[in-house]
Design a binder for this molecule. Structure first.
Ligand code: CO
Length: 136
């Protein structure tokens, strides 16, 4: 069962300029910044209420976010729902007929465990399931 919306992911070309918009313009607190090699991104996390905005700048044009930017330009990239136990949730989603991009959880920002669901089985919405690290 999904607990809450953990974050929305936004693809950006210029991470510093985007952080300025969200931190100064929207007055969200920048709480984390990290290069996640496994995802091919430099990411910034900002708090909004109990949720977050995840800004994603690609490490190169051949990364998933780099290809997204080339195809669609900057903008909304994915929605992430928090779960308590991703190892239990993924087989349940498969049994419900949902197609996984990641058959196994991988490491996301701030030591979370994540998996993406394929948009062709989610009505066109790139969807991430995230089990946040303890304390987050
Ligand atoms: Co995300």
């Amino acid at each position: 069962m999904f607990g809450r919306i953990d974050h929305i992911g936004v693809a950006v070309e210029d991470l510093d300029a985007s952080i300025a918009l969200y931190a100064k313009g929207y007055e969200m607190e920048l709480v984390h910044r990290e290069t996640v090699e496994a995802q091919g991104v430099e990411a910034a996390l900002l708090d909004v209420g109990d949720g977050h905005v995840e800004l994603l700048a690609p490490l190169g044009p051949d990364t998933a976010v780099g290809k997204f930017l080339a195809r669609s330009g900057p903008g909304l990239h994915h929605v992430a729902y928090a779960v308590d136990d991703i190892d239990a949730e993924l087989p349940r989603l498969v049994a419900a007929g949902i197609e996984l991009i990641d058959a196994e959880p991988r490491v996301g920002i701030r030591a979370s465990r994540i998996a993406f669901l394929h948009p062709r089985s989610t009505g066109g919405v790139l969807t991430e399931i995230v089990e946040p690290a303890k304390g987050h």
